[in-house]
Structure formats: structure tokens, C-alpha cells
Design a binder for this molecule. Structure first.
Ligand code: ADP
Ligand code: MG
Length: 628
């Protein structure tokens, strides 16, 4: 509980105690008035101040204003009627404040929950100084510092292992507990927990640029991007409150006038003013105003716990309407870890061909490049490579030992005018030309991820009507993957720009039928990620490009997470709609009852606080995610 919340609680308890105690004091007249004014001011002075400030700033028609008018009105009525019944006015203020307190507690709690759930913020980094370990603020560690991570500690900053072997627990980042083995040379990401051995790490980033900071920024900024429902509510409140105030005024003035002038009856001013005040209390829109942002917040929080980072409630809303999911192939549906299956027509020794290819690829982050470097198996001597040029969707051209090496698909060979040999074997073909002379090709193949098939089936079951796979790879490979997975539509041999065109074409075909999500790994597909209604980047641990371009970031690369993200968003939106319907419904009933005099102020405030508490509890449900 924060200091502010504690103070509020004290005020509430104090006012309640006074209110109960005063029932036994037989004071009357002005003494009674002053006596009861004390608890009223104790519990409600801040609301009165806020209402006064609102009037001064010309934005007077908010909840504070409604509450101030209603309670001051009730007080005034009691004075006028000389009934001395001030309890009601105080009780209204008291319950309103209890509601406010509960809401701030719930919001604070869920906010804290998110950072707790995503328990990744490191408190310190161990830096070795003169033989002893010193705990330093991670913010103050420059790039290239050697830090020590002991077993049980969080990795505070992204880095490379210098010494030591261990397993890392990445569950705080990904929601899955797949331990990762690391040894000297492994790149490691901040936010993981070191499980077994002592590690010495050389930092490669500053704390502010490290994965943990990026993720925390993203999660903390998520609530600033408002969804349509939230914007609707603030617009709604802007029209709603003035309408309510005018109606209350009409209710207070018109019926008595009609009675007096039209029907020749007694005006009964106090009855109608009381009904108008009740009406004001009933119409306070707190439940809506609070529970909707809270539901989104809880939805985003629950998702982050699962390693699904959603950049804003607007994206959560769009995601919930997903009807068509377009996948990139390499690294998304397939593992992006290629094995060399054959080397044909080589003019050189096979090993030499792989060496040239791996060196030329040394600067690329494409899965193909990583796999070729793996196949080469030796340390890459970067000084042998110059003039590197990567042609997105085709391959790379670079100078290796002074010779121009081109490695890529048939399109690359055509663009440099080198005739190439086709391959009879199924797989991804890397043609290689050295100094514009064809030097042979390497056939590599990729494996489908274990969950891809299940994910496509689960999407269908979740009501997504169309699945599409886009790839820059060859037809044969694409068709085979598409058939194995049961994908509706396969488009192959696309350049990165072609992928954007294709997505635009599908968007056009799909207008009015829900939204289109694109799932990619961020390699060569950032433009598509931003063009789709919703861009989902997977395996984003450490890939900045993907984190920037996407709307939803999956920390690991399990395609089932796409289904989970859609389910979370749908559940969250369901809760939002339930709350809207429930709150508006109860308000309507109370308003009608109030207008006919069948509801008093007690009922009104109970309805208001009750609806709010239930709506907030319902909203918190969005925090919990069912396992699939
Ligand atoms: P995908 O759509 O499957 O993710 P990309 O658009 O990234 O594939 O690449 C399409 C094709 O371009 C690859 O299948 C490969 O033939 C070629 N290519 C792209 N980048 C490289 C690279 N760095 N080295 C070799 N070939 C590449
Ligand atoms: Mg790709």
C-alpha cells in the first residue's frame, strides 16, 4: 500500500468512526451541523477541492463535480428541511472514497504485479575491482566491462561469456522454462537467471540498450497507447456528464413547476431536489472509467507473463479481431537452422566452398548465414572480408581474400549475370560465384518447428479463417512446408517488397472481415510487420529490429504463442464488453428507479461502488491466462 493509500484509509476510517459515534450524541441545530461537517470534510475535502479546481479550469463536469454537488445538495436539503439528517450526505462521500481507494489499490496492485510477474529488472551488476566483487548500479556499467554473474543471480546486461559454463533460465522472459546451456563465446541476454555455474561476462551493450530495459520500456509504455474502447469512454464521459447534469436540473425544477402552475398542487420542492441529487449520484460513471483501462492493463500484464509483449491496448483490441494470419516461413514456421545436405558442381574443394560462403556471409544476420558459419565450424577471420553488400531476399556479395564472392539464390546469380546449375535435390539452394565464375552450389535444408502444425490447427479452431505463408524461398520447398502444415495459401519466391504487395493484396481481399496479422522473425520482413494490421515478431530476444517494427513481440519462437496471444486478447476484450454492458445496465435501472423516486441515495451509492468493485474484480481476471 502506498503512503497516499494509507492516508486515505485513515481518513475513511476516521470519518466512519465519527459518523457512527455521532449517532449517540443528541446534538441539534447548528451544533449538530458543525459536528457533522467535520467527518464530511475529513473524508471529502480533496473531492471538493478537485471539483472547485475543475470549475475554475472550465472542465467542471466530471465525477468530482457530480459528487460535490450531490453531497453539498444533500447537506443543504437537510438544513433547509431542518431534519438534521446529514448522515446520508456523509455516507455518499464515504462510500465514493472507499470505491476510489479500492480502485487505486487494485490498479497499484496490478501494476506491481506486472513488474513482479516480469521479474527481470536487475538491481545490480557485480564488477570485479582489485580482486573483490563490488555491486554497481547496472546503469553505470560501460560497454566492454567484465561483470560476474553468480548462480541464482539475474544477468543484468547483455553480453558475451568469457569464462564459465552454466545453464540459464529464460522463463522470466519467455514464460517457458526451457533452460539454455551457455559456454565461453555464447551471447547472453539480460533478464535470464544464471542457474548453475559462475559466469564472467563482457558486456556488449549499456544497460539502457539491453534487452531488459527495452522490454521494461515497452511494457511500461503500453498503457499510453489507448484502444478505441478507451477513447470511446473518454468521449462518452464528455457528452454524458453534461447531459446528466442538465437532466438532474430539469428533474429538480420542472415537476415542481408543473405541479404548482399546471395542477395547482403543492410544489414539493424538497422531494424533487432529493430525486435530482440521487440521480446525480447514480449517474457517476466511475465503474466504466476505471474498469476498462484496468482490463486492458491486466490483459497486457497477463500476456507479458507468458512472454508475449503487446505494445498497447489498441493492438490488443486489433489482435482480438484477427481473422487472417500470414506467416513468414524461415525462422517463423521453420527453425531457420539449416543443415548442409549436399554440395554440387563445386569447382573447389567442398570445404573451401563452404569457407568462402561462410566468410562472405559473416556480417549477415539471416538464418542461412548463421547456418553456413556453423557448417564452416571455425572462427571467422573478419579481416579477410571487405566490401560486404547484402541484397535482401537474394543473398550477399563480399570480397574474401580480395576475390569477389557472391552467395545467394538464382536471383542473385541472374543479377550479376552468372549462369547457374539447377539442382535436382529438394531444399534451399545457395549458388556461389567467385569473381563472376560459377563455383557450385550448396543445398541446405531446414526443419519445421515442432509446434507449427499444432499452431495452424489451433488457429483454425480459434476461428481464424485463413492462414497464408509467404517466403522468398523456392516453390518446391514452400509447397512442401505448406502441405505438411495444412496452410491455406502459399506464396513463394517473393522479394521483401513482394511480401508487402502480397499482404496489401490480401488486405484488400479481406476488407470488412476482421484484421490481418503478420508473423515474422524480423529478418527481411520489417516492412511487412509494420504494414499488416498487426505485426507479430517472434524469437525477438536480442533482435532490436523486430522489437521496433512489431506491435506484438513474442520473446521465444514458438508459433503456438500466436494462438495464445489471440486468445488472451479475445478474453480481455470479452471482459471489457462485459464490464461496459454490466455498468451501463445497472446505471440504467437505477436511473429509471431514481427518476420515479424508488431509489434513494443509499441505493445509488451502493450501486455505484458495488458495480465498480465487481467490474474491477472482473477486469483483474484478464491477468490470468489459461494454459493450452
Ligand atoms: P523467407 O521468406 O523464407 O524468410 P528471405 O526473404 O529472408 O526468406 O530470403 C529469401 C531467399 O533469399 C532465401 O531463401 C535465400 O535463397 C536468399 N537469401 C536471402 N538472404 C540470404 C543470405 N544472407 N545468404 C544467402 N541467401 C540468402
Ligand atoms: Mg525471413
Amino acid at each position: 500500500m502506498s503512503k497516499k493509500q494509507k492516508k486515505m484509509l485513515v481518513r475513511i476510517l476516521l470519518a466512519a468512526a465519527m459518523l457512527i459515534g455521532f449517532q449517540f450524541i443528541p446534538a441539534t441545530g447548528w451544533v449538530r451541523f458543525v459536528l457533522y461537517l467535520v467527518p464530511y470534510l475529513v473524508v471529502g475535502y480533496d473531492i471538493l477541492i478537485k471539483a472547485a479546481k475543475g470549475i475554475k479550469n472550465g472542465q467542471m463536469l466530471d465525477e468530482n463535480f457530480l459528487m460535490a454537488v450531490a453531497t453539498i445538495g444533500a447537506f443543504a436539503l437537510a438544513v433547509w428541511e431542518q431534519s438534521g439528517d446529514y448522515t446520508e450526505a456523509i455516507a455518499v462521500m464515504l462510500f465514493y472514497q472507499i470505491g476510489e481507494w479500492f480502485q487505486s489499490y487494485a490498479v497499484g496492485k496490478s501494476r506491481r504485479n506486472i513488474s513482479e510477474l516480469m521479474d527481470i529488472r536487475p538491481d545490480y551488476a557485480n564488477v570485479e575491482k582489485n580482486g573483490t566483487l563490488e555491486k554497481v548500479d547496472p546503469d553505470e556499467v560501460p560497454i566492454g566491462t567484465t561483470i560476474v554473474v553468480q548462480p541464482g543471480e539475474k544477468v543484468p546486461i547483455d553480453g558475451v561469456v568469457l569464462e564459465g559454463e552454466s545453464t540459464l533460465n529464460t522463463s522470466a522472459l519467455t514464460g517457458e522454462s526451457l533452460p539454455r546451456e551457455v559456454q565461453p563465446g555464447s551471447e547472453i541476454i539480460s533478464g535470464c537467471i544464471n542457474q548453475s555455474g559462475l559466469l564472467k561476462i563482457r558486456t556488449v551493450k549499456e544497460f539502457g540498450e539491453s534487452t531488459v530495459s527495452k522490454i521494461l520500456d515497452l511494457v511500461e509504455n503500453a498503457s499510453s497507447r489507448k484502444s478505441k474502447s478507451e477513447n470511446f469512454i473518454s468521449k462518452f464521459a464528455r457528452i454524458y456528464t453534461p447531459v446528466v447534469c442538465l437532466s438532474a436540473l430539469a428533474l429538480a425544477v420542472l415537476p415542481p413547476l408543473v405541479r404548482l402552475l399546471g395542477m395547482g398542487l403543492a410544489a414539493e420542492w424538497h422531494v424533487w431536489i432529493y430525486r435530482a441529487l440521487t440521480f446525480l449520484v447514480i449517474s457517476c460513471p466511475c465503474a466504466l472509467v476505471i474498469s476498462i483501462p484496468l482490463s486492458f492493463f491486466a490483459g497486457i500484464g497477463g500476456a507479458s507473463k507468458e512472454g508475449i509483449l503487446i505494445k498497447g491496448s489498441n493492438y490488443l483490441e486489433t489482435l482480438s479481431k484477427t481473422n487472417c494470419v500470414v506467416f513468414d516461413k524461415t525462422g517463423t514456421l521453420t527453425q531457420g537452422v539449416f543443415e548442409v545436405n549436399g554440395i554440387h558442381h563445386s569447382r573447389l574443394e567442398d570445404k573451401k566452398l563452404i569457407e568462402y560462403a561462410a566468410l562472405a556471409e559473416s556480417a549477415s544476420s539471416h538464418p542461412i548465414s548463421r547456418s553456413l558459419q556453423q557448417a564452416y565450424g571455425h572462427k571467422i577471420d573478419r579481416s579477410r572480408v571487405t566490401d560486404i553488400q547484402e541484397i535482401s531476399g537474394s543473398g550477399v556479395i563480399a570480397k574474401v581474400d580480395g576475390k569477389e564472392v557472391a552467395a545467394g539464390n538464382y536471383r542473385l546469380m541472374e543479377s550479376i549475370g552468372v549462369p547457374y546449375m539447377n539442382c535436382h535435390k529438394a531444399g534451399t539452394i545457395i549458388h556461389i560465384a567467385i569473381d563472376r565464375q560459377y563455383a557450385g552450389h550448396i543445398v541446405i535444408s531446414d526443419k519445421i518447428k515442432p509446434h507449427s502444425r499444432e499452431a495452424i490447427a489451433a488457429l483454425k479452431k480459434a476461428g481464424v479463417n485463413r492462414t497464408v505463408m509467404l517466403t522468398g524461398d523456392a516453390d518446391a520447398v514452400a509447397q512442401q512446408v505448406g502441405n505438411t502444415l495444412g496452410i491455406d495459401e502459399v506464396c513463394s519466391q517473393l522479394l521483401p517488397a513482394g511480401k508487402v504487395d502480397k499482404v496489401e493484396e490480401i488486405l484488400k481481399r479481406h476488407t470488412g472481415q476482421g484484421t490481418l496479422a503478420f508473423v515474422g522473425d524480423g529478418v527481411n520482413d520489417a516492412p511487412v510487420l509494420s504494414r499488416a494490421d498487426i505485426g507479430i515478431a517472434m524469437g525477438a530476444m536480442g533482435s532490436d529490429a523486430a522489437i521496433e517494427a512489431a506491435d506484438v513481440v513474442l520473446m521465444d519462437d514458438d508459433p503456438l504463442k500466436v494462438v495464445k496471444a489471440i486468445r488472451i486478447s479475445r478474453k480481455c476484450l470479452r471482459i471489457v464488453y462485459q464490464n461496459i454492458a454490466f455498468a451501463i445496465g445497472v446505471k440504467m435501472i437505477c436511473l429509471v428507479l431514481g427518476a420515479f423516486g424508488a431509489a434513494n441515495m443509499w441505493l445509488a451509492i451502493f450501486a455505484d461502488v458495488g458495480v465498480m468493485v465487481l467490474a474491477v474484480l472482473n477486469a483483474i481476471r484478464a491477468l490470468y491466462v489459461k494454459k493450452i
